[in-house]
Design a binder for this molecule. Structure first.
Ligand SMILES: NC(=O)c1ccc[n+]([C@@H]2O[C@H](COP(=O)([O-])OP(=O)(O)OC[C@H]3O[C@@H](n4cnc5c(N)ncnc54)[C@H](OP(=O)(O)O)[C@@H]3O)[C@@H](O)[C@H]2O)c1
Length: 259
């Protein structure tokens, strides 16, 4: 792993590390959340894209990923209070609860975080398999973000399975800014979304995405795969500035902050 940007921040161990793997501790330092004022939130997204803009191949993001990408994926989870994910990604990628990992235990304890981030599934239909470990066996209860008009029997099924259902919208759907606020009210202020594209597009369009950690995978897929953010477009393009750029095995690990 090499740090390409910012060049002025390069520390001795990063220079020496050269092409070697960084430790999870080094990665956690590189991706630390900013210091947040009281009650403020920070929503970062972690996504991977092929060179030609595909956000998945054969319905999964894994074919675009790499070992280093998965280490960063794990690190971003290790730093987050909550992982927000769209229901379709949960269904297609077979989401499991987040694990408690020794490498992040001390850091999480110091930050006043639980052993692992909660997973918050965004769904209007609640058409989810509540017998899966995501709902029955997490270290911290899985959350479901939905609208006030969610089907009552599905809400009951979710609660019976051990999930906590949080309302973040007046209709069937979740309003992106309310989702952030509802999670913050529970003390979940360091937020990470892992997509998918339909959910991420709404965070972008609502102007509530603070940071994008985008892995540029040195692959091309052609075809008609979704790109990393979909749905209605913004009125004007939202501007971001580069915060850091790492490289390993031809994969570029970019981090952008909204200006
Ligand atoms: N490249 C990457 O980094 C990356 C990351 C994640 C996923 N993916 C890929 O993306 C694909 C899935 O993504 P996707 O865009 O189709 O779906 P998605 O964003 O994961 O999930 C869409 C679903 O989320 C729920 N949802 C979204 N917005 C909502 C709102 N405002 N209120 C209530 N519910 C809402 C709805 O669930 P209900 O239908 O239950 O109501 C909707 O059907 C998969 O192929 C996955 O592999 C790629």
């Amino acid at each position: 792993m090499r740090r390409l940007l910012p060049v002025t921040d390069m520390t001795a161990h990063e220079t020496q590390a050269g092409g070697e793997d960084w430790s999870l501790d080094q990665l956690a330092d590189a991706y630390a959340y900013p210091e947040l004022p009281a009650r403020a939130t920070w929503l970062r997204a972690n996504m991977v894209s092929s060179l030609d803009g595909a956000g998945q191949h054969d319905g999964r993001s894994q074919p675009l990923s790499s070992d280093a990408d998965m280490r960063i994926f794990g690190t971003l989870r290790g730093l987050a209070d909550v992982v927000v994910v769209g229901a379709e990604t949960v269904r297609l990628e077979g989401y499991r609860p987040a694990r408690a990992r020794e490498a992040f235990a001390a850091r999480r304890a110091t930050a006043g975080q639980g052993p692992a981030p909660a997973i918050a599934v965004v769904s209007a239909s609640l058409d989810l398999d509540f017998s899966l470990p995501l709902f029955t066996g997490p270290l911290v209860p899985t959350l479901i973000l939905t609208g006030a008009a969610a089907p009552a029997e599905r809400v009951r099924a979710a609660r019976d399975a051990g999930a906590e259902v949080l309302v973040a919208g007046d209709g069937a759907g979740v309003e992106p800014a309310r989702a952030k606020a509802v999670l913050a009210e529970r003390g979940l202020r360091r937020q990470l979304t892992e997509g998918g594209p339909r959910l991420l597009g709404q965070f972008v369009a609502a102007g509530v995405l603070d940071e994008l950690c985008l892995t540029l995978s040195p692959t091309m897929t052609a075809g008609d795969a979704q790109r990393i953010a979909g749905g209605p477009s913004t009125t004007v393009p939202t501007r971001f500035q580069v915060a850091s750029l790492l490289e390993q095995d031809g994969f570029l690990f970019t981090r952008y902050r909204r200006i």
